[in-house]
Design a protein around this ligand. Structure first.
Ligand code: SF4
Ligand code: SF4
Length: 153
């Protein structure tokens, strides 16, 4: 039976949607996702987050540098949450690189569609992409990474 998403969906509430917490570098990963991931639960949750954003492109996102709606189902969540772990520092570096290139603060709220447009307009050189993704093991399975490299080479 498919696993249910663990993040709070727009359909969970009749009120205005709360901003969905998304790590800044996950704006890139979402666009590159091709069904690969750390575990079946992670993949199911990633699909659910993406489906929700496709259904409601105006949904507000809070761009953060810590655990988000995608991390909740990741087997590495504990290590990524530990402030002093190597993985935590490495991943946070990706988030900070994205926020720096976007020129926005940690915790800023943007509409999802505007956030994706901003990412693709501001991170638009091979060196920018490498600044964010150089340590990621999923690069060759990530369509955002591969297409950015191709279109810009
Ligand atoms: S290469 Fe890795 S870090 Fe970069 S966008 Fe793809 S999945 Fe995310
Ligand atoms: S590796 Fe870390 S940042 Fe990436 S999804 Fe897992 S917990 Fe989140």
């Amino acid at each position: 039976m498919p696993e249910k998403p663990r993040y709070k969906s727009e359909t969970d509430s009749k009120h205005e949607p709360e901003p969905l917490k998304i790590r800044a570098h996950h704006l890139c990963c979402i666009q590159g996702f091709q069904g690969y991931g750390y575990s079946p639960a992670f993949v199911a949750n990633m699909r659910a987050v993406i489906s929700d954003l496709e259904a409601l492109p105006s949904r507000p996102l809070r761009l953060v540098t810590n655990c988000d709606a995608i991390c909740v189902s990741c087997p590495s969540k504990r290590e990524c949450t530990a402030q002093e772990s190597h993985l935590s520092r490495r991943i946070k570096h990706m988030d900070l690189a994205v926020l720096d290139k976007l020129g926005i603060e940690d915790g800023a709220v943007l509409r999802a569609d505007e956030a994706f447009q901003l990412i693709n307009s501001k991170i638009n050189s091979p060196s920018d992409v490498e600044d964010v993704c150089r340590t990621c093991k999923w690069r060759q399975k990530c369509i955002w990474y591969v297409q950015a490299g191709k279109s810009l080479s």
